[in-house]
Design a protein around this ligand. Structure first.
Ligand SMILES: [Fe+2]
Length: 257
């Protein structure tokens, strides 16, 4: 068991073999929603892959009981996701992918392991034409802003479970359909000699080059710093007001090239 206490800011332990969490003193006890390979077939580079059966685990609405009221009042939610380390055929393990309605952004933290967050935005009149695609490579402790209007997937490029936390508005439900209709994101992250090789998803009719970036290690305007667990923002949720009022803020400072 690995204690995530200092990494996520909540008294939580990770069982690396089972990819499960246990919640200690004062933290909500949640059961995960499980994403299976069966549910993911439509978005995989190779839809004949059938193992492993379970791919990732979503613990939604996690908090320390004393913080419940202030989180709800700010219309936010804190979730934790565990993504197994595995190669599906020759593709790195990933999440299904979704867009948010309107311009809602999201804020991720890599709690454990390493990740690439692939974000894409389509031209308004055609979801098969991609205007912009950004790959955010992040290591443990870094924060990833999912930009307004961009859909996103998370990819586990490491050899241990990837644990992410996210703050997100509680005011919407994610939209998974466009990723399913498109056979996944605009690029597949394939494993070539253990490195990532990006393969275009030819279901899309317009595919731009990927912009490769990393998170900025300090985003003062949002109270974020690499290595400082972002659950602690529960003391000052005004700092992440951008999650509910995205158009009031600028996002020029969230990545570095
Ligand atoms: Fe999201």
């Amino acid at each position: 068991m690995v204690s995530l206490n200092n990494l996520v800011g909540l008294d939580i332990k990770l069982d690396e073999n089972k990819c499960s969490l246990s919640f200690e003193n004062g933290v909500t006890k949640r059961e995960p929603a499980i994403r299976t390979i069966e549910q993911m077939k439509e978005v995989l580079a190779d839809d004949s892959v059938s193992q492993p059966e379970e791919l990732y685990y979503m613990y939604r609405d996690v908090f320390c009981l004393k913080d419940d009221a202030v989180i709800k009042k700010n219309k936010l939610r804190f979730d934790i996701t565990i993504i197994k380390p595995a190669i599906l055929g020759n593709e790195f393990m990933k999440t299904a992918g979704h867009y948010h309605p309107k311009d809602y952004p999201e804020l991720y933290e890599v709690v454990y392991g390493e990740a690439i967050c692939l974000q894409q935005r389509y031209y308004e009149n055609d979801f098969r034409k991609i205007k912009e695609v950004v790959a955010v490579k992040a290591r443990q402790g870094q924060k990833i802003v999912c930009l307004p209007y961009f859909g996103h997937i998370l990819i586990n490029t490491g050899n241990k479970p990837l644990v992410t936390a996210n703050w997100v508005s509680a005011e919407f439900s994610s939209e998974y359909e466009l990723y399913k209709k498109s056979k996944g994101a605009v690029y597949y992250a394939l494993s070539k000699d253990k490195e990532v090789s990006w393969q275009k998803n030819n279901f899309y009719t317009e595919i731009p080059q990927i912009k490769f970036v990393t998170p900025n290690d300090q985003m003062k305007e949002f109270g974020l710093k690499t290595g400082k667990p972002m659950y602690s923002l529960v003391e000052d949720l005004g700092k992440i007001d951008f999650l509910n009022h995205p158009d009031k803020y600028k996002y020029d400072n969230v990545f570095k090239k």
